[in-house]
Design a binder for this molecule. Structure first.
Ligand SMILES: [Zn+2]
Length: 348
């Protein structure tokens, strides 16, 4: 559980860094709070809000407002204010594309405003676990101290049985916090809202194990969440069920559902087209193949990370200039190859 929490912090810090690099914070007058969100109009009904966290999708219309992802809690007042310039209807629904803190940080504030949050089952599960971990932090630290003392005093058996009882006790705990996605889905869900059919698809084990893609069928606009980072090497959260091959498969699914006219809201980066997704899909396949080949050929992690030619055509386009730098990305793919082909290597 600790890993999951670290992961969230990691994801949060990631978006901070990418924000600093994007440099799209626009100040207003000296007395007004600095604006952090840039609004992109995609159609009369659909907008992208780009700020410190993951990109937000907004759909407005006669029925109300639907929002995709909630960035960070501190951005909610500005987000709500911007929505109010577009519509006088309430933000009725919020769909989370996955659990990372830079996409769900504003959930609680939205729930308190009466918004109903939808997510994949695993997103809710991870958010609940994270809240439990936070709430029991102090308790856990005190318990650890007690255990240490027992062990020091030679009462190792008592410590072990207490630790076992503690695990059972904690399995029954429910967080005090209640602001979680109210409705969850295991596969797909469809909204019929503002005159549009909005299909939400779950893709298995890609960026995480709870990823959802949101497709506005009439407007031909797709929000990919972090299943697609536009123009940068992606972060794949293997500690939360993400998987390199699953990621490639998910990008293939994205390509299968869109055409050249589709406008894409990526998890991070600017509005994209099918050609951008196709490029990333081919990049991922090529790098996985190349790094796996080097691994199976017996090259060490350091040797492969130093091979600039493996990724030069992508680095030239700035893919390594995001939070996941080239060497790190190659190293992570090497770790994936090692996991996958480890047995093959040992036979040599
Ligand atoms: Zn993410």
């Amino acid at each position: 559980m600790r890993n999951k929490f670290v992961c969230l912090l990691f994801a949060a810090s990631f978006s901070m860094v990418s924000m600093a690099q994007d440099g799209d914070t626009t100040g207003t007058t000296p007395n007004a709070p600095a604006r952090t969100i840039t609004m992109y109009k995609m159609t009369d009904q659909i907008y992208m809000f780009k700020g410190k966290g993951g990109n937000i999708g907004i759909q407005i219309g006669e029925d109300g407002v639907l929002m995709i992802d909630s960035q960070f809690a501190e951005a909610i007042p500005e987000i709500v204010q911007l929505v109010q310039t577009l519509s006088d209807k309430p933000i009725q629904f919020l769909v989370n594309t996955h659990h990372h803190g830079d996409h769900t940080g504003g959930n609680k504030n939205m729930i308190f405003k009466g918004t109903i949050v939808y997510s994949h089952d695993n997103v809710r599960r991870r958010l609940v676990n994270q809240a439990l971990l936070e709430e029991s932090k102090e308790d856990n630290a005190n318990f650890e101290k007690q255990m240490e003392k027992l062990r020091e005093d030679g009462n190792r058996e008592i410590a072990e049985s207490k630790a076992k009882a503690r695990v059972e006790e904690q399995a029954k705990l429910r967080p005090k916090e209640t602001a979680f996605p109210l409705i969850t889905f295991s596969d797909n869900i469809t909204f019929h809202y503002n005159g549009e059919t909005i299909m939400v698809f779950h893709v298995h084990n890609a960026h995480t194990d709870g990823d959802a893609l949101v497709y506005f069928t009439e407007s031909n606009i797709l929000h990919t969440g972090d299943v697609f980072f536009n123009g940068k090497y992606p972060f794949i959260d293997t500690k939360s069920g993400g998987n390199y091959e699953g990621y490639i498969k998910a990008l293939g699914q994205v390509l299968g559902m869109i055409d050249d006219e589709t406008k894409i809201i990526p998890g991070h980066g600017l509005i994209a087209t099918k050609a951008d997704v196709d490029f990333t899909h081919r990049m991922m396949k090529a790098l996985l193949d190349r790094v796996s080949f080097q691994y199976v050929s017996g090259k060490s992690r350091e040797e492969v990370m130093a091979m600039k030619n493996l990724s030069e055509e992508y680095d030239a386009k700035g893919f390594g200039a995001g939070f996941i730098a080239t060497e790190r990305f190659i190293g992570l793919i090497y770790d994936h190859a090692k996991k996958k082909y480890g047995k093959l290597d040992r036979k040599k």
